[in-house]
Structures are given as C-alpha cells and as structure tokens.
Ligand binder design. Structure first.
Ligand SMILES: NC(=O)c1ccc[n+]([C@@H]2O[C@H](COP(=O)([O-])OP(=O)(O)OC[C@H]3O[C@@H](n4cnc5c(N)ncnc54)[C@H](OP(=O)(O)O)[C@@H]3O)[C@@H](O)[C@H]2O)c1
Length: 260
C-alpha cells in the first residue's frame, strides 16, 4: 500500500521516555515539532541561538504538563568541535543517552547566481547547514549508541532537486547533508541501532520561507502541524526498518504500508 506520511496517526505515548534533541527549536517547524514531541512523551532538548524564543517553547511545554525540556543556547555558525563535545558531556551526565536528533536549523543565505555569490556568505551557509550537523552528529554518536533505537533526521528541501538556478549555497549544503545522511546510514547500519534519514517538509509558512518567497500568499500552504506526523513517524518505533531514505512529509511512500 502507498500512502502519505500526513496520514500517519501516532500513538499518544509514541515517544514516552525518549530523549530527543531538535536544532532550531525556537521558531517555525522546529518549535512546533519540539512541542509535539513533548506532547507524545519525549524529553526534548531545545537547541537554538535565540534564547528568548527557546524560553517561550520551554514555558509552553512545561505549562502543558509535558516532560520537562532543556534549553541549549548554541549558534551553529560559530560553534566549534569543543562546544559540541561540551554539549555531549552535559547530555551524558543529565540523560545518559540520546534517542533522537533532528537537524532542523537552517540558514538560507541569499538567492542569487553562483557567479555573484559572496564567498563569505557561502561559507556561513555551509557551516550552519552542513558542517554543524556533521560536528553535532559526531559528538553525539556515543550517546545515540546508548539508545536501543535511535533516529537521526536531516531536514532536506525540494528546492535543491535538479540544481535549480539561484539556490546556491543553501542547495549545495542541503544536497551535501543528504549525502552525509546516506553515508552515516550505511556506516551505522551494522553494529548500531541508529537509523539516519532525511525528511523534506514541503512548503509551510516560516521566516525562512518568507525570505525565500516574499511574494507568496502565506495562506496557500498547509499549516506546519500537518507535517508533524512525518517527523513523529521517523522518530518512533513504527519506522524501525527505515534507514538511509529521503522521505517527503507531504507525498506518498511505500515504506508506510504496515504503519498506517
Ligand atoms: N518552511 C518551508 O517551506 C521549508 C521547505 C523546505 C525545507 N524547509 C526546512 O525546514 C527546516 C526548518 O525551517 P523553517 O521553515 O521552520 O524555518 P525558520 O522558521 O526560519 O526556522 C529556522 C530555525 O533555524 C534557526 N537557526 C538559523 N541559524 C541558526 C544558527 N546559526 N544557530 C542555531 N540556530 C539557527 C533559527 O533560529 P532563530 O529563530 O534564532 O533565527 C530558527 O529557529 C529548515 O531546515 C528548512 O531548510 C522548510
């Protein structure tokens, strides 16, 4: 059976007792996702660079009576390998393991021809969208290995397909991250219980979206909430055999046959 990830219906306690880190958890998809993960029982580690935004999500989760989250203020553009090692040490001490990692934060950079792209800006986009997820994943691997069923999600984008003109560093960084995902999925397939996949959310309104498409009617896309079942599916046990895939949250996938 082929069906859409949007139709996935997660159990209320799908992520009970799971510890899951979300980057860019203060806004857009990351904020809605963090709240939804907590609503399904997860202890969520909210990583982002704007503390006020993270505090707002933290307060909403606590007020709803969900498991107490944690805030990790970190600018992915400036963070070094040492910052990630410090984070790993703190999480090891607090939780002893990590069951999920969602690479969601992104920097759009600019939409312009490669010929004119500012090279410093190009490097900043690559650092935020590709190198930071690499460093974060590497640092957290020992914690992910201590989970009985860990899931890592890279966030991809349909705009990167086919080498579309003007998407420059954003497109290259996302394509690189998809490739990194597949390498990690292959390397971790044997001898670990870590699965690694990419998810294309599809268009929803957000700050990044408004910057990329300033002329768009904000009401033409689905609400962010419609994408969340796809993330829950990939983070929970119903996708235990899914590894190394690039899935689209708003399209049909064979992989869900037994799960919906
Ligand atoms: N919305 C769409 O239509 C769409 C389509 C395809 C793919 N995506 C992907 O979905 C993911 C979420 O995007 P979104 O649309 O929800 O965008 P968004 O609302 O603009 O959120 C982006 C998040 O990334 C954080 N961030 C940016 N640079 C950072 C840095 N250096 N360090 C730490 N955090 C940083 C932002 O933090 P601040 O708020 O502090 O700036 C924000 O929380 C991205 O990976 C994006 O590529 C979105």
């Amino acid at each position: 059976m082929t069906t859409s990830l949007i139709d996935y219906q997660p159990a209320a306690d799908l992520l009970q007792d799971r510890v899951i880190l979300v980057t860019g958890a203060g806004d857009g998809i990351g904020a809605a996702l963090a709240t939804s993960l907590a609503a399904h029982g997860a202890t969520v580690i909210l990583l982002g660079r704007t503390i006020k935004k993270l505090e707002k999500i933290y307060d909403a989760i606590v007020a709803a009576g969900y498991p107490q989250p944690a805030i990790v203020p970190l600018d992915l553009e400036g963070a070094t390998a040492d910052h990630y090692q410090e984070l790993a040490a703190t999480l090891q001490q607090e939780y002893g393991r990590l069951d999920g990692l969602v690479h969601n934060a992104t920097y759009l950079g600019a939409l312009m021809p490669v010929e004119h792209y500012d090279l410093q800006l190009w490097a900043r986009v690559l650092q935020t969208n590709l190198t930071a997820p690499l460093l974060l994943t590497r640092a957290l691997l020992p914690l992910l290995k201590q989970s009985t069923a860990a899931s890592v999600i890279f966030t991809s984008a349909s705009e990167i397909q086919g080498g579309r003109a003007y998407w420059g560093a954003y497109s290259v960084s996302k394509a690189g991250a998809d490739n990194l995902m597949q390498i990690l999925a292959s390397e971790l397939e044997t001898n670990t219980s870590i699965r690694v996949n990419s998810l294309i959310p599809g268009p929803v309104q957000s700050q990044t979206r408004r910057t990329a498409f300033p002329g768009e009617d904000p009401n033409q896309h689905p609400e962010i909430e419609t994408l969340l079942p796809a993330y829950l599916y990939l983070l929970g046990p119903d996708s235990e055999n899914v590894n190394g895939q690039i899935l689209h949250a708003q399209e049909s996938h064979q992989v869900l046959a037994a799960s919906i």
